[in-house]
Design a binder for this molecule. Sequence first.
Ligand SMILES: *[C@@H]1O[C@H](CO)[C@@H](O)[C@H](O)[C@H]1NC(C)=O
Ligand SMILES: *[C@@H]1O[C@H](CO)[C@@H](O)[C@H](O)[C@H]1NC(C)=O
Length: 212
Amino acid sequence: MKLSTLLPFALAAATSAQTTSSYTDPKSSITFQAFTDPTSGYTFGLALPMTPTTDFIGILVGKGSGWVGASLGGSMVNKLLIAAWPNGNQLVSSFRKATSYANPPEATGAFSMTPIAKGTYINSTHFSYTFLCKACILADGTTFTANATSGVLGWALSTAAPSTKSSHSSALNRHSAQGNFGVQLSAAMSNNYDQWAAMAAAPSPSARAFTA
Ligand SMILES: *[C@@H]1O[C@H](CO)[C@@H](O)[C@H](O)[C@H]1NC(C)=O
Ligand SMILES: *[C@@H]1O[C@H](CO)[C@@H](O)[C@H](O)[C@H]1NC(C)=O
């Protein structure tokens, strides 16, 4: 393993007030509050029910063959992280948690991600992973809180693919772009949430790779 793959993951403080805006995925028609990095084509968004508790619908979009990730609580250390990347015609997803600015090992818990097929695809330029995240909003300080009107999340990506991209527990090479952004949680709430969440396939907590 090259040294560069072991260098610390350091989520830089936001240099400007980066925030979310409304984004509707063209295929699933789900509307998210989403942050987009115009340089890389990265997007992370979320949709919430009118009374959020523990679940949300998320979308992670990337370009090319590298990984994209989000921290549900801002800077990466001791926060619940989500990553996804393409592997041929599949997308691989993974929960991570790190105790230092280094490759975050896989995290296990009651949380689960279930893909929403309509919003999970790979086209000639991007990959898009839409998922129902169940038991993902935690009260232990590792994520945003369900009752807040706004939160600070983190984003990160690497233009290089994970070393063992077929494995959901693959080491993640250091991010090549990253930052924090503010998310308007109250604006992410929708009356359509239940209908959107129902598009997720039956939960399969062990499934971490699926045909896009
Ligand atoms: C691929 O999907 C992304 C994300 O939905 C979209 O922005 C882009 O325009 C699509 N590209 C093509 C060539 O359809
Ligand atoms: C919001 O939720 C957090 C975590 O469960 C809790 O500690 C806090 O007291 C709640 N705040 C309000 C205003 O309800």
